[in-house]
Structures are given as C-alpha cells and as structure tokens.
Design a protein around this ligand. Structure first.
Ligand SMILES: CC(C)(COP(=O)(O)OP(=O)(O)OC[C@H]1O[C@@H](n2cnc3c(N)ncnc32)[C@H](O)[C@@H]1OP(=O)(O)O)[C@@H](O)C(=O)NCCC(=O)NCCS
Length: 256
C-alpha cells in the first residue's frame, strides 16, 4: 500500500469515524476478545468519556488503524504497573491522578496488515501523551504469535529473541523498534468467561486468559535517549490533530 498522507484523528475531532473503524477491524481479533468480563464493563465509555485518547489513522480517505488508550496513574515501578489490560482500564476510570498513557488497542484492518503501518498509531500515542503532559506510554501488549505457542509460558515467550536481538514476536518487535522496554510478563491480563458449546448440560468455564507483556513504550520526560527517540518521532509530523504522519514504512523503522 502506498501511504499518501497518514493522519491520526481523535474521536473528539472525528466522531464519525468510530463506526466505520469498528466495521473494518472487528474481525481482527478472535470473537472471544470482545467478551472481557472487566473490559466490557468499561470499554463503551472510552469514546464517550475519553475521546481525546481514542483515535483513527486515515491514509487519504482510507481508514488504516483504530487505536484506544487511557491515561492511568503509574509511579514508575514494575510493582505498581496496572494488572494487565483489565487493571489498566479499571484504574483509568476508577482512580484519579493519571500521569501516563496506557495503550489498550491498535487494530489494523486485515486488508492493510503486514504493510508496516502499525507503528504510526504507536507513534501517535506517544505524541498524544506528550501533548497531554503524560510522562510515559505503557502498553499491556498482546503478542501476535503467542497463540502459536500455547505451551510456552508468557514469561519465556516474551524473552525469545531473533539473531538480531529483537523480540521474536512481530508485534513486540514494533514496540522494541520504537524504544520500548519490556517491564514484566502478565500471565493473566484479560479475563474472559465463556461457556462450552452446549451438548446436553451447559458448563461454565473460564477460558484461557489472554496473556500480555507490559512494556514502557517511551518516557515522554525520561532519559535523553528516550527524548531523542521522541524528538525523532516528533520530527516526523504525526499529529493526531490532522497534520502529516510518516509516509513510508521505512520512516517508522528508523525511529530507534
Ligand atoms: C498487531 C497488528 C496491529 C500489527 O499490524 P500489522 O499491520 O500486521 O504489522 P506491520 O505490518 O506493521 O508489521 C509488524 C511486524 O509484524 C511482521 N508481520 C506482519 N504480518 C506478518 C505476517 N503475516 N507474517 C509474518 N510477519 C508479519 C512484520 O514483518 C513486522 O515485523 P518486522 O518489522 O520485524 O518485519 C495487526 O496485526 C492487528 O491489527 N492485529 C489484530 C489486533 C491486535 O492483535 N492488536 C494488537 C493488540 S492491541
């Protein structure tokens, strides 16, 4: 796909994109992901109550990314990280004093997956955090290929590296290239309760919980290295308010 002009628009700026974005991306995750016990209590409030932190990326007129995030309180220690994505969304709505931005979702429509656009939304999140004076971006990352290795504990999977030192998992690699550090594994990040398809007697079971790794994408007011990275991201205009975003995959890759 040729990127014409990738622009990120918050839900406050372009509420009209929300429905289209859902239509284009609702098949990107397994259906069970839409039924989180905790997540579903809060999810609908994101666009209503935190519209500045939900956004969509357009390439020209074409929607290429749907992104969700929420400001949360984090004191910078591994111990005080939110308990996975469930803990993050609950904390974002129920606790005050938010000082960092927590990523909740980036989804690329199937037609555009594998074209290298995923980093645009991640960079836009860093820019949104900076603009709202939030000191870092953290992310309970759902590793794309974890489902291929169901027997490997998430702690081990998160450590797997390629020969070049980057994470084995492609989605974790995107974060690593933008300067993210892996902070800890979250074996129980997203609680989903389902029922086994009924034969005669329906039985309620807890499905395999979604796992994730918590990463800190960037410290908006952190070390010089982080600030350099952010400057480089910022140098490439990628303003959620509608100015230009990187127009080539290679631009994102050179961020770190
Ligand atoms: C995760 C997601 C956002 C990544 O976006 P994407 O467009 O597929 O990924 P990109 O094209 O930007 O590529 C990212 C990396 O994945 C690799 N990749 C992407 N598709 C691949 C495929 N089919 N096979 C092998 N590698 C692939 C790319 O090569 C790249 O790695 P590299 O830079 O080391 O080469 C997208 O797959 C998605 O929407 N998934 C469903 C929702 C989801 O799980 N979101 C993340 C949790 S919030």
């Amino acid at each position: 796909m040729a990127l014409v002009q990738a622009l990120a628009f918050s839900v406050r700026e372009r509420p009209d994109l929300t429905e289209q974005a859902w239509d284009l991306t609702n098949d990107t995750l397994p259906e069970y992901n839409n039924h989180g016990d905790v997540l579903n209590r809060y999810w609908g409030r994101l666009t209503e109550e935190r519209p500045d932190f939900q956004f969509h990326v357009l390439n020209g007129d074409e929607l290429i990314e749907r992104a969700r995030s929420i400001p949360v309180r984090w004191d910078g220690t591994v111990e005080s990280l939110p308990a996975g994505i469930d803990g993050a969304i609950a904390s974002g709505f129920d606790e005050g004093g938010a000082n960092v931005l927590c990523a909740l979702l980036i989804a690329v429509p199937r037609a555009h997956q594998g074209t290298g656009v995923s980093c645009i939304a991640l960079e836009a999140m860093v820019e949104i955090a900076r603009r709202h004076d939030l000191g870092a971006v953290i992310a309970p990352v759902r590793p794309s290929w974890k489902e291929r290795y169901p027997l490997a504990p998430i702690e081990r999977y998160a450590d797997w590296r390629r020969a070049d030192g980057l994470p084995f998992d492609p989605w974790m690699r995107v974060h690593a290239r933008l300067g993210a550090a892996i902070l800890r594994a979250e074996p129980r990040s997203l609680r989903i309760t389902g029922t086994v398809k009924p034969r005669r007697t329906p039985a309620t079971v807890a499905c395999t919980p979604e796992v994730c790794t918590s990463v800190q994408v960037a410290a908006a007011r952190g070390s010089r290295i982080h600030q350099d990275r952010i400057r480089r991201c910022a140098a490439r205009p990628n303003r959620p308010s509608g100015s230009r975003a990187p127009n080539r995959y290679s631009t994102c890759r050179s961020a770190v």
